[in-house]
Design a protein around this ligand. Structure first.
Ligand SMILES: Nc1ncnc2c1ncn2[C@@H]1O[C@H](COP(=O)(O)OP(=O)(O)O)[C@@H](O)[C@H]1O
Ligand SMILES: O=C(O)[C@H](O)[C@@H](O)[C@H](O)[C@H](O)COP(=O)(O)O
Length: 185
């Protein structure tokens, strides 16, 4: 496959995005971003209270992430991004940005040709039971396990023409990393 600039490790909360993304970035020597670190405080508080985010909460956050990807890619930096990116429209924003008002990505590059980020989606899939079990065991994290059902309800599984692979999280971490590395060959 044509080498991507960015690997987007996506999936519902607890699917292993942060763990797999960090390992992958270290294996590849690519920069790693965890989208959780870019949520505004209001989003984190909302989730902490057990209220799922909506489009209005997520779009500015995705735009910020697109801007980061665009700048890194323009400077030749390869990136692994761990981000829920549950809907197709969210993944489109990560790739192309969003230019319709009122929610806009950084327009500092206005007038320049829009940069489309070459991205491979790695979708971590798994059953509700396996993932909720992991969330219940995970400590010191702001995301309450009760929000998992809403994550599954919102999820739009990637499909053609998206550039994606799907990996089941019942595999162990080394198998998951090996599968992704094999895809990149
Ligand atoms: N393939 C896996 N096998 C076993 N445990 C895993 C696997 N992937 C992730 N975990 C564990 O599951 C929990 C959720 O993973 P995490 O990376 O925080 O998910 P996310 O970033 O998608 O919310 C963590 O405690 C992590 O150590
Ligand atoms: O779009 C969203 O609703 C959030 O991004 C959500 O999907 C994400 O999962 C949280 O930030 C919790 O963090 P974890 O994914 O690490 O549980």
């Amino acid at each position: 496959m044509a080498a991507p600039d960015v690997l987007l490790v996506m999936g519902v909360s607890g699917s292993g995005k942060s763990t797999v993304g960090a390992l992958l970035a270290s294996e590849l020597g690519w920069k790693f971003y965890d989208a959780d670190d870019y949520h505004p405080e209001e989003n984190r508080m909302k989730m902490q209270k057990g209220i799922p985010l909506n489009d209005e909460d997520r779009i500015p956050w995705l735009c910020k992430l697109h801007d980061i990807l665009r700048r890194d890619v323009a400077s030749g930096q390869h990136v692994v991004l761990a981000c829920s990116a549950l809907k197709k429209a969210y993944r489109d924003i990560l790739i192309q940005g969003k230019d319709d008002a009122p929610l806009q990505c950084d327009q500092s590059g206005k007038g320049e040709k829009p940069v489309e980020v070459k991205l491979l989606v790695v979708h971590l899939t798994g059953s509700f039971d396996i993932i909720s079990g992991r969330l219940l065991r995970r400590k010191d994290h702001f995301m309450p396990p009760e929000l998992l059902q809403s994550q599954f309800d919102t999820l739009e599984t990637p499909s053609a023409p998206e550039n994606f692979i799907q990996i089941n999280v019942d595999k162990n971490l080394s198998e998951i990393i090996a599968t992704i590395m094999e895809t990149l060959k």
